[in-house]
Ligand binder design. Structure first.
Ligand code: NI
Length: 386
């Protein structure tokens, strides 16, 4: 297959996925399609107990480490507004985060690696991971044993604000830990004209929203980063009644596990003591999402060299306060996650989100080349059978 033929094929694959988006945990047709495309080239499919997602492997002709390359495959509950001729055919569903691009790029890398199978010095495993958007997919893949024996892992995400031909590679934290909270402030309601007879949860909740902002401004080092956003307040249903309770919801984003833990502790303390001061009770529910995504500098350097040898422009990208469940893999083994330039007008999760398809063949080659370089340079981890 020439480079031009491969590019044409990958664009077809990406457009097919784009027309048929499936939400997290429902990627059944996507799973069938990916399996078919891999089997076309005799790429070995691995056993899995997961209902969606595809795991495959190419064993090189020579011994060496095992490395994994991951793409996410799910779409979002968004009505597409791009007007593209290959726009989504599924009502209210869209590949608005470009996971169709990631999947097609990884198929391209698998095709290229298959052609050089005999020369490869180790094993390359391909993880077509389901349910990234719901945040639950990566852990399921790990529990399914797909990371067993893997010495290093890489992946990428398209980045609309980076130009095509650019790859953003960063040592250390790249994307945020995502935590979610819900606080129910319970007071004593009553007549709006007789506030002294109750304990107003609205007044208490308003103080709480203000006080929570001091976690970032007063409790977090100015050299660290954190976000505390209260994004939803519900309470009350009439102008002349003090309600019984108010519910606050929102999210916390951090890039460091110690900062993450400290923000959580202060959140609970402030909620408790503000509530005491206002004679109300508050119950905090904390939903921990993916940890911060932290790139290994050695693996990142190998991918930098692989990118430069393809004449891609390597930049040091800004960190993103979005989350990415690739971080769970990096919690287990060293690896690196890249931002890949795709020149989009809109950011992720927008109904008019697009990617420039000329980036697709570049992404396939980036993963291919990085995979080969990793096989040459990654050490087999101690106690791990390659
Ligand atoms: Ni995404």
């Amino acid at each position: 297959m020439t480079k031009q033929e491969l590019e044409k094929r990958l664009i077809e694959i990406r457009r097919h996925l784009h027309q048929h988006p499936e939400l997290s945990k429902e990627e059944f047709e996507t799973t069938k399609s990916i399996t078919g495309w891999l089997l076309e080239k005799d790429i070995e499919i691995r056993q899995t107990s997961l209902p969606t997602g595809v795991f495959a492997e190419i064993k090189g002709g020579k011994p060496g480490p095992t490395i994994a390359i991951r793409a996410d495959i799910d779409a979002l509950p968004i009505q597409e507004q791009t007007g593209l001729p290959f726009a989504s055919l599924a009502e209210g569903k869209m590949h608005a985060c470009g996971h169709d691009f990631h999947t097609a790029a990884l198929i391209g890398a698998a095709y290229l690696l298959k052609e050089e199978e005999e020369q490869l010095t180790g094993t390359v495993r391909f993880l077509f991971q389901p349910a990234e958007e719901s945040g639950a997919g990566a852990e399921k893949v790990i529990n399914d044993g797909q990371l067993e024996g893997v010495d290093a892992i890489i992946g990428l995400h398209n980045k609309p604000d980076l130009p095509v031909g650019t790859v953003g590679l960063k040592d250390g934290p790249l994307m945020a830990a995502v935590d979610r909270f819900k606080v129910v402030v319970k007071g004593v309601g009553g007549h709006a004209g007789l506030p002294q007879k109750g304990h107003d949860p609205i007044a208490a909740a308003a103080q709480l929203v203000t006080a929570l902002q001091t976690i970032v401004s007063r409790d977090t080092s100015p050299l660290e980063n954190a976000v505390v956003s209260v994004t939803k307040i519900t309470g009350g249903n009439s102008w002349n009644i003090i309600p019984e309770d108010v519910t606050l919801e929102g999210t916390v984003r951090t890039f460091d596990s110690a900062v993450r833990q400290h923000v959580k502790e202060r959140f609970y303390q402030i909620s408790e003591y503000i509530s005491q001061a206002f004679q109300v009770e508050s119950a905090v529910k904390w939903y921990a999402g993916p940890p911060p995504l932290v790139n290994d500098p050695v693996i990142t350097d190998i991918t930098r060299a692989a990118a430069r040898s393809l004449r891609l422009t390597v930049v040091n990208p800004e960190r993103s306060t979005a989350g990415e469940d690739f971080s769970y893999f990096l919690h287990q083994i060293p690896g690196s996650f890249a931002f890949f330039g795709t020149n989009g007008a809109e950011d992720w999760h927008h109904p008019s989100f697009t990617v420039d398809e000329t980036a697709l063949i570049k992404a396939a080659y980036y993963l291919f080349n990085s995979g080969k370089e990793l096989l040459k340079h990654v050490q087999v981890r101690e106690g791990v059978l390659g």
